[in-house]
Design a protein around this ligand. Sequence first.
Ligand code: 5RP
Length: 222
Amino acid sequence: MAQDDLKLSVARAAVKYVPEGKIIGVGTGSTANFFIDELAKIKDRITGAVASSKATAERLAAHGIRVFNLTEVEEIPVYIDGADEITRSGAMIKGGGGALTREKIIASAAARFICIADESKLVATLGKFPLPVEVIPMAYKLVAGKLDALGGRAELRIRDGKPFVTDNGNLILDVFGLQIGHPLRLEEKINNFTGVVTVGLFAQRGADLCLLGSPDGVGTLE
Ligand code: 5RP
């Protein structure tokens, strides 16, 4: 079964968790895009969505789904998003698409985080996928040195020959070679480096439920 078919299957399963008449949080990435396309089919049943990136806002709006700013919203009953890696306990690496900061903000505002992922994302230990860290541009070399000192190798994310710039106007360092045995501790440590906006470790606020797609069907982790 192709990976895209698995992503579609979890996107379809996630629609069943969308509450009626509410504003939900929507993530970023290829799995989230499948979810947005499925959400469009039931758009009359929701009030709208808060988007975790400009790309997601554009896709939602193109489907005629009303997009709200977080500041306009009283409650977000559920946030639905993909992940680059997830453990059985719901800790994740996110930010492969560069939207980690807004994703973490909406996730922390949401009552429930539902992760949608194909089975290739399930890992015993986080860290094979390079850990994204959003940094204030003037601090990127300073922060890269501190990340290297943790035992990783921090590389400035480059796209189309230029530094990748986030929706917030910042840069991303991708940290290779980490074995993340204690995600909570590492999240706290990296977030405390001056110049770091967000680390793409979601352990303090992990997923409450993961819908995991495999050729045998959609399983759940909670
Ligand atoms: C974007 C993210 C995505 O959720 C993550 O990269 C997974 O993406 P995909 O569904 O395309 O595999 O964190 O910042």
